[in-house]
Design a protein around this ligand. Structure first.
Ligand code: ATP
Length: 699
């Protein structure tokens, strides 16, 4: 007998090519796929509720006698039938109806209906209930014995048909059980012992056919042990995928670099006006250990805004350079690439290192010369955007790629980037720096292929940014505040945020604000920077602002990530309610980078949505990027938080990174143990869950 994952849906009775095509659209190809296609929710059609017991929001089967049925000419024409049982009354309302419905629902008839009760003009009403008229000469139809599952379907595929097919697949499962790939003793010994009573088959069976007394609330929240048992297995499979990927990485070769501090590093540290923080030192040492190994490093450095990630990256690059190899730093925008370039040049050129910037504006002979020097190894460190990885860019001996992420890359994109840097048999080491921290549990899943280092300490003397939230009506006070801060010699940002997702409008808004502020603050030098300016123009404005030629910079969100002007200590964010938490936190991170007290004023336009209010409240209550990321996860969920590029990868079939976060903690050791004890089973488990979903690394 073929295993269920190899039995196509067409082997079920009545499934021809047309139905199979609809099933395929849902990702259902085999009987096993049908078994793993779990209900979205359940309906309780197992008992009849008394009308008098219905409450707003209750979804129930009811029975009653029709006492009236007429077309109601309210704001919208509808057919309104009133029914009663011994305990109360209920109205059934149909906005779409036919003459035959009116004749079916004649007064005196008994009907059985199913639907959700809601408040209406006549008291409790059900809009468009499913109903059937009961006949006096026949016994009433039987009620359901089990809760009724409601599945994700596609056009042309009825719930009822899908239920039949899944029931047929469940019958097959009785004869031919799915392999239990998670050994009982491992589960028992893990922190998931509470799920050990549930076999995979039992969990699947229960979720398709839950008994009438099952706890609907727990099921609808996805917290039933049967659901958790499956979520556990899916997340475990994901971890196994990541382990396999790491294993593969270990088999690849990288340039092993000298671990001990080189004179280059010592000289750089000596020339800095400050000492490394303890956290920076720890992370540098974690990175150094990795770089000394003969297989490529894959490490993520998470640090809050302003925690000094660039310096850590620079020290890592020096490790490559000291071993006579090259390094590259990739920034998300030209603006940031330029900033990194300037910083690195200042730090490294005095050490005799050649740092170059591969920018879009470099054309013709100059570009050719740069590429030639890169290929010969004369350029040791190259900074740029993803343009660094164009075909014609060849390094002599690239040992380290630092990726400063803005939008998060997925596993495959990271690996593709790394593969592009391959020289001979060697792959470069990869250091990923995230500009926005993500919660630990999420990092454990989304970044499970990377080792993670955290810079959890800010340089000494930093003062937390004080955040104020004000309605737009108090704009004049905000402008006065900008004036006094600038008169005291400090600098300020005024950020205009996205208007209806249009960059053009956003830039226009920034221009209008710039003009207004020039009128309101005639004594100040006010600059403007926005996304539609040429990169070179933007860079010039930023450089002039950094040098202190301007006191106020009106900007769009282009300045979100990485801009570093320590003398700027006041930030105004206009229409702050439009931005997500991560973005607000990034923006706010542009101030509070020096030792003077810094302020951030969030201007909002009432009325605020519930989410908007929560976000602004979170901003006011904490400066801690990790706490904000956690809050963001709660408000928006993991897909949004990770950004669109990665959502596909973290789209799990039934586990939820938010709801099942607590399961993640103990998963890695369980995955390692399973891999060690039963590699064959681990492989099968991975294969089972990989299915058609995208989120597993293809190993
Ligand atoms: N140990 C330190 N002590 C004092 N200042 C430091 C230290 N490390 C870095 N800095 C300075 O702190 C500022 C912020 O550093 P950097 O730009 O590297 O932060 P970051 O972590 O990249 O932040 P962001 O994500 O906000 O860009 C820079 O001006 C840098 O020179």
């Amino acid at each position: 007998m073929k295993p269920l994952q190899e039995v196509p849906v067409t082997e079920l009775q009545g499934v021809g090519p047309a139905l199979a095509e609809k099933l395929n659209r849902l990702g259902l190809f085999s009987l096993q796929d049908l078994l793993f296609h779990l209900p979205l929710r359940y309906e309780d059609r197992t008992q009849i509720s008394a009308l008098g017991q219905l409450r707003v929001g209750s979804t129930a089967v009811v029975e009653g006698e029709v006492i009236s049925c007429e077309v109601s000419q309210g704001r919208r024409r509808s057919l309104l039938a009133r029914i009663r049982d011994g305990s109360g009354l209920l109205s059934l309302r149909f906005f779409h109806f036919s003459a035959s419905m009116k004749s079916q629902l004649q007064p005196g008839k008994r009907v059985r209906c199913y639907g959700e009760a809601r408040p209406g003009a006549t008291g409790l009403e059900i809009y468009h209930p499913e109903f059937r008229v009961l006949r006096d000469d026949q016994p009433p139809p039987a009620l359901e014995q089990l809760l009724t599952p409601v599945y994700p379907v596609t056009e042309g595929l009825q719930q009822k048909r899908l239920r039949q097919l899944i029931t047929a697949a469940l019958q097959q499962m009785q004869e031919q059980p799915l392999d239990e790939l998670l050994p009982q003793h491992l589960l028992q010994a893990s922190q998931f012992a509470f799920l050990a009573d549930w076999s995979l088959a039992a969990a699947i069976h229960y979720l398709h056919h839950p008994p009438a007394d099952a706890d609907l609330m727990t099921l609808s929240e996805g917290l039933h042990p049967a659901q958790r048992r499956l979520a556990l297995e899916e997340l475990l499979a994901q971890q196994l995928g990541m382990l396999a990927l790491r294993q593969k990485v270990r088999e690849e070769a990288a340039h092993p670099l000298r671990v001990e501090s080189s004179t280059l590093e010592i000289r750089l540290l000596e020339q800095l006006p400050f000492q490394l923080t303890g956290a920076q030192r720890r992370v540098v040492s974690e990175v150094s250990q990795d770089l000394g190994l003969a297989h490529p490093m894959l490490r993520l450095v998470q640090g809050d805004v302003g925690s000094g990630k660039t310096l850590v990256a620079a020290l890592a690059c020096l490790k490559a350079l000291a071993s006579h190899c090259q390094a590259a730093i990739m920034a998300p925008t030209e603006l940031l690439a330029e900033q990194h370039y300037q910083n690195l040049k200042t730090w490294l050129e005095p050490l005799g290192i050649r740092v170059e910037w591969l920018t879009g504006k470099l054309k013709g002979k100059l570009r050719e010369a740069l590429l030639k020097d890169l290929a010969s190894g004369a350029i040791q460190l190259l900074v740029g955007t993803h343009a660094l990885f164009q075909e014609e860019v060849a390094f002599a001996k690239l040992a380290l790629v630092v990726i400063d992420e803005q939008h998060r890359f997925g596993v495959h994109q990271r690996l593709a980037l790394r593969d592009k840097g391959k020289s001979g048999d060697y792959l470069p080491h990869q250091l990923v720096m995230t500009a926005t921290p993500i919660p630990r549990t999420l990092a454990m899943s989304a970044y499970a292929d990377l080792d993670v280092s955290v810079i959890d300490e800010l340089p000494p003397g930093r003062q937390p940014v004080k955040t104020l939230v004000l309605p737009d009506s108090r704009r004049p006070e905000v402008i006065a505040r900008v004036r006094s801060a600038c008169e005291e010699g400090r600098q300020a940002y005024w950020v205009c945020t996205l208007i209806e997702e249009s960059e053009v409008l956003e830039c226009q808004a920034a221009e209008v604000t710039w003009q207004e502020l020039q009128v309101a603050l005639p004594d100040l030098n006010i600059a403007l920077v926005h996304g539609r300016m040429k990169p070179a123009e933007k860079a010039d404005v930023m450089a002039a602002f950094k040098a202190g030629s301007y006191q106020l910079l009106v900007a769009t969100t282009v300045i979100e990530v990485g801009v570093d002007v320590p003398n700027a200590s006041l930030m105004i964010i206009d229409n702050a309610e439009r931005l997500g938490l991560a973005q607000l936190h990034q923006l706010r991170g542009r101030v509070g980078r020096g030792s003077t007290a810094s302020y951030c004023t969030l201007i909002y336009h009432p009325p605020l949505s519930q989410q908007g209010r929560e976000r602004l409240q979170a901003m006011r209550s904490t400066n801690d990027g990790f706490a904000i990321a956690q809050k963001d996860l709660e408000i928006r969920g993991p897909g949004e938080l990770l950004g669109t590029r990665q959502t596909g990868e973290v789209q799990l079939r039934l586990a939820s990174l938010k709801r099942d976060a607590h399961l993640l903690e103990g998963l890695k050791p369980l995955a390692i143990q399973l891999q060690r004890e039963s590699p064959e089973q681990a492989k099968l488990l991975l294969k089972r869950w990989r299915g058609n979903s995208l989120h597993f690394a293809q190993v």
